[in-house]
Design a binder for this molecule. Structure first.
Ligand SMILES: *[C@@H]1O[C@H](CO)[C@@H](O)[C@H](O)[C@H]1NC(C)=O
Ligand SMILES: *[C@@H]1O[C@H](CO)[C@@H](O)[C@H](O)[C@H]1NC(C)=O
Ligand SMILES: *[C@@H]1O[C@H](CO)[C@@H](O)[C@H](O)[C@H]1NC(C)=O
Ligand SMILES: *[C@@H]1O[C@H](CO)[C@@H](O)[C@H](O)[C@H]1NC(C)=O
Ligand SMILES: *[C@@H]1O[C@H](CO)[C@@H](O)[C@H](O)[C@H]1NC(C)=O
Ligand SMILES: *[C@@H]1O[C@H](CO)[C@@H](O)[C@H](O)[C@H]1NC(C)=O
Length: 427
């Protein structure tokens, strides 16, 4: 087993996605579903759509029948939420370069409910699974597995690597958004498949593989096999990136010297959605405020309308003259019981003394009409003699001012038009 980078022996399938061309030394890349070449030059297997899947296949077959092989590729998964996304991606060897009828979500864009587990699939896949699916006996939500013909892994392990120096296991988070490398190497003579995960910064692949499967894979490998990558999303988004891949028909662990490990873009913020939500919230708030304001306005309007004092004809001419509640209160000595003359349909009639002109004399012939009262009040007209007599007569009876009935609306405690205060006298 050579660990040197032997360029002349390696069939290079460089997926360095130069957006200008999708043609590569070993053929064309076929994109399906949500897969795209993104502006930063990476292959995106999934976009921000939920419950979707994407494929990238090389248009030319790789012939590995009865042979050893090696695949190495760089990838990265950028989840929608911090350290949480669904569902994962796979590197797949398939007899066809296109997988019809496959499903998203837990099927990883690789199988569907009916094709999962069928021996006729002849599919070997390495899954980078970021969601624990109990139905397939998943270990956890961050594992690597070897799958043959189905989603139930033949062997799997939590994502990580064994340190070459001390042999210690180090966890790696598949959804960290960091670029990592996966090496898949199969030795036909040993009938052994090794899968090793490592940070992209490592130029050498760790010696101890994460997964090692002792099995003859030749029964599953048909004459023509295609190399591809699949990924799917579920209810939580994740963007699955495939940066490049290198493969060859032998047991080989080339050196990778990536001087600058690329940084993957952040998961796109739903700016438009957020803005829309903020705008909608503002609109709803404005509408609520407007509604409440108009409701309050309507309430006060109705209240005002109810207690509004209608100006009468004589008031229009002489200006309103009404008894303020305070005046009435004083006149009736605080609405004392003994001041009550009786109750009527309009409320209680109080006996009160009012300063100024007195004009509710019983005899209609003597009592001035409202226009005269107003003129007297305004000092335009002198108090007529007959009224002066009345005032004198009342004074003689020991009352400083002539009594009058007032109708008080005790319910609203509002003032009443002058005229209303004469209703008790039938005028
Ligand atoms: C994702 O890809 C699918 C399939 O090409 C497409 O229909 C969908 O609009 C894409 N979603 C976004 C958010 O770009
Ligand atoms: C593959 O190897 C088996 C035995 O290892 C042999 O019988 C068969 O003929 C070989 N097939 C090819 C296509 O080389
Ligand atoms: C993301 O989650 C990890 C733990 O799962 C936490 O340590 C880290 O601070 C979180 N980062 C952000 C930006 O929330
Ligand atoms: C699964 O895919 C096959 C084709 O590969 C298709 O015939 C079948 O209808 C699909 N089944 C479901 C449940 O989608
Ligand atoms: C690796 O992660 C698992 C669970 O996420 C934890 O139980 C274990 O202690 C971690 N190991 C190391 C070496 O950090
Ligand atoms: C697989 O890993 C085992 C254990 O480290 C090693 O002995 C074997 O040579 C490896 N085989 C391949 C094909 O890498």
């Amino acid at each position: 087993m050579s660990r040197e980078f032997k360029l002349w022996k390696i069939v290079l399938i460089l997926f360095f996605t130069l957006s200008s061309s999708t043609y590569h030394s070993n053929g064309k890349l076929i994109l399906e579903g949500s897969a795209t070449f993104d502006s930063s030059g990476f292959t995106k297997l999934t976009n921000t759509s939920k419950h979707s899947y994407g494929h990238v296949f090389n248009s030319n077959p790789v012939l590995f029948k009865n042979s050893s092989f090696n695949f190495h590729f760089h990838f990265g998964i950028v989840p929608e939420h911090n350290h949480s996304g669904t569902h994962g991606m796979t590197c797949v060897l398939s007899p066809t370069r296109h997988l019809p009828g496959v499903s998203s979500d837990q099927y990883l864009g690789l199988f569907n409910k009916t094709t999962d587990g069928k021996t006729s699939n002849n599919i070997i896949a390495i899954e980078l699974d970021i969601h624990k699916d109990e139905e397939f006996g998943d270990l956890d939500d961050n594992h690597v597995g070897i799958n043959i013909n189905g989603l139930r892994s033949v062997i799997s392990a939590p994502a990580g690597y064994y340190d070459d120096n001390d042999g210690k296991f180090h966890n790696l988070s598949l959804v960290s958004g960091k670029v990592m490398r996966l090496s898949i190497v199969y030795s036909q003579p040993d009938e052994q498949l090794n899968v090793t995960l490592s940070p992209a910064e490592f130029s050498e692949t760790p010696l101890k593989p994460l997964l090692s499967l002792k099995r003859d894979l030749s029964p599953y490998i048909l004459e023509e096999m295609y190399l591809g990558f699949t990924a799917s999303t579920g209810s939580v988004g994740a963007i699955h990136y495939m940066l490049n891949s290198v493969s060859g028909p032998e047991v080989d662990y080339p050196s990778f010297d990536i001087s600058v490990v690329p940084t993957l873009p952040l998961y796109p913020k739903k700016v438009t959605d957020k803005t829309r939500i903020v705008l909608a919230a503002c609109l709803i708030l404005a509408m609520t405020v407007a509604f409440v304001t108009s409701l309050i306005g309507f309430f006060f309007y109705m209240r005002h309308k109810k207690v509004r004092e209608v100006l009468e004809e004589w008031e229009v001419q002489y200006g309103p003259h009404r008894f303020a509640y305070k005046e009435l209160f004083n006149a009736t000595k605080g609405f004392k019981e003994k001041q009550i003359l009786g109750s009527g349909g309009f409320g209680q009639v109080y006996k009160g003394t009012l300063p100024g002109v007195l004009c509710s004399y019983q005899a209609e012939s003597v009592r001035p009409d409202m226009s005269a009262v107003m003129r007297i009040l305004n000092g335009v007209l002198q108090l007529p003699d007959n009224l002066l007599d009345v005032v004198r007569a009342e004074r003689l009876r020991g009352q400083p001012e002539i009594s009058m009935g007032m109708l008080l609306d005790m319910n609203s405690m509002s003032t009443l038009p002058f005229t209303n205060s004469f209703i008790s006298h039938g005028r």
